[in-house]
Design a protein around this ligand. Structure first.
Ligand SMILES: Nc1ncnc2c1ncn2[C@@H]1O[C@H](COP(=O)(O)OP(=O)(O)OP(=O)(O)O)[C@@H](O)[C@H]1O
Ligand SMILES: [Mg+2]
Length: 349
């Protein structure tokens, strides 16, 4: 089966605050999916936000951000807890009204076209909202019914999607005993049942072990290859680097930086980073003059980071000066370094 896009809300989806109604999509026809909205140019961005704001009372969780999401790409929102990622996803998903600025999703306005938009979205909310009492297979079939997909077709898609999600062996088990990673894969399979144009995945792999995370990355990568546009939030820099064609680094409701992972690292960091940990504060203080050899020095509570094009030269000099770190090594720059540079803080609290 080609998991071509088109989907929306269904049972267990988080409640809409005040926008649109329950989705009532018709049977998708993947052959015409890109012609779904005649007003929509094929190369038009799927999402356009200008000065987008989400306020809760006087607090701005999303504080005037601009972005465009292009068809076929994986676009990431990388940021720590409370950055405003979910608030942004909920506005795109027409689950939460926009407080300011403009937002267009699939060429439409979430304030007036919420139902039509949601009929073409695949939503993977931050918290799984599966029906624990139903079997794995029935979760997909029941969800498909919300889109008026005929039962036989729903079953066919569900069986294919369980294979894609590597859950076929659990098809007739209830959801309750599934592991977190299996539930996440099932939630993704469920979002695909209506063949969405745009998948919105809010922290798809948070809390999963590395193996489960890699399996999900593989599945998301395949979806992208099949032409599905992905919007992903994460606080894992590695996830953003692996999955995202372009991303924004979000912090306190604003974008600290945007670009491809490579561009961000090239622009805001150096090729290499020397990390050193010391047993005592005195030993660490004695190593700080090494910062003169580096483009930048970061002193964190538990280690120092020296940004440089030549990490080995700094390590050799550290040894020559008699520095004795508990650990000292050279690594490549990552998005974590970009985040630290732009916000002065680490990604993971
Ligand atoms: N319904 C709400 N009412 C009041 N404040 C809210 C509401 N939802 C979110 N916030 C606040 O908005 C800010 C951004 O929250 P949001 O959930 O968008 O962050 P996030 O980037 O998704 O964080 P996390 O990584 O923890 O999921 C936080 O300070 C949060 O407390
Ligand atoms: Mg969130």
């Amino acid at each position: 089966m080609a998991f071509s896009p088109r989907s929306s809300l269904g049972p267990g989806a988080p409640p809409a605050e005040a926008v649109g109604g329950a989705a009532s999509a018709t049977v998708p026809d993947s052959a015409v999916r890109f012609a779904a909205s005649s007003a929509e140019a094929v190369d038009a961005p799927l999402v356009v936000a200008r000065g987008l704001v989400k306020r809760f009372g006087r607090f701005s969780a999303v504080d005037g951000v601009d972005f465009e999401i292009t068809r076929g790409e994986c676009f990431g929102f990388l940021g720590p807890n409370g950055a405003g990622k979910t608030s942004t996803m909920r506005m795109i998903s027409c689950m939460s009204p926009v407080s300011g600025g403009t937002l267009r999703v699939l060429g439409m306005d979430p304030a007036t076209d919420g139902t039509r938009i949601r009929a073409r979205l695949g939503l993977v909310p931050q918290e799984d909202s599966l029906d624990l009492e139903l079997t794995v297979l029935d979760n997909l079939i029941v969800y498909a019914r919300y889109f008026d997909i005929p039962r036989a077709e729903a079953r066919r898609r569900a069986v294919d999607l369980l294979e894609f999600a590597q859950l076929s062996e659990r098809a007739h088990d209830r959801v309750e005993p599934l592991s977190g990673g299996m539930r996440r894969r099932l939630t993704i399979a469920r979002a695909l049942v209506s063949q969405p144009d745009l998948m919105i995945l809010d922290e798809p792999t948070t809390g999963l072990d590395p193996q489960a995370r890699h399996l999900l990355w593989d599945r998301l990568y395949r979806l992208k290859q099949q032409g599905v546009t992905l919007v992903v939030t994460t606080h894992y820099m590695e996830e953003a680097e692996q999955l995202c064609d372009r991303l924004v680094i979000m912090d306190k409701g604003r974008f600290a930086a945007h670009g491809t992972p490579r561009e961000l690292i090239d622009r805001y960091s150096t090729r290499e980073v020397v990390e050193m940990r010391f047993a005592t504060a005195e030993e660490q203080a004695a190593a700080l003059p090494l910062g003169e050899m580096a483009a930048r020095l970061e002193v964190l509570p538990d280690r120092i980071l020296l940004y440089t094009e030549d990490g080995d030269a700094i390590l050799a000099e550290a040894q020559r000066r008699g520095c004795s770190p508990v650990s000292g090594f050279v690594r490549r720059s990552t998005l974590e370094d970009v985040f630290l540079r732009m916000t002065g803080r680490s990604l993971i609290d």
